[in-house]
Design a protein around this ligand. Structure first.
Ligand code: FES
Length: 128
């Protein structure tokens, strides 16, 4: 069995930025139909389109928790355009790799962040 990196274990054991943002600038929820894991990401964005706060709540496997924790740290301080470009590979690299069988779990983190940004953009454009 492949080992998890120390970084993955650390983020799993001590997840950063867990919780809910009340009245966030945007939020996005995605689920993995195969395993049933669900992740929500909340973002706050300032007037310059910079992410000032990112939080997550995840009901999922260890890799899903570690990747959501990691992506919140990566995204804070980025513009929404930059954060939208974060891929699952970026997250996995930042965690010093994930076992191949767990790579799909990191999809959730990138997808949930994009969903939260979509929600923010739609609100800003007055579509919601
Ligand atoms: Fe479901 Fe990892 S097993 S996200």
């Amino acid at each position: 069995m492949e080992e998890y990196s120390d970084k993955v274990k650390d983020h799993y054991m001590h997840p950063r930025n867990t919780g809910v943002i009340e009245n966030p600038s945007g939020e996005g929820t995605v689920g993995n139909p195969v395993c049933g894991d669900i992740m929500t990401i909340y973002i706050n964005v300032d007037e310059n389109d910079v992410l000032t706060d990112v939080k997550f709540s995840t009901f999922g496997c260890g890799a899903a928790i570690a990747t959501s924790s990691m992506i919140t740290e990566m995204a804070v301080g980025m513009t929404v355009d930059e954060a939208y470009q974060i891929t699952r590979n970026d997250v996995a690299e930042e965690l010093d790799g994930l076992p191949p069988i767990k790579l799909h779990c990191s999809n959730l983190a990138a997808d949930a962040l994009q969903a939260a940004i979509d929600n923010y953009r739609a609100k800003k454009d007055g579509e919601l």
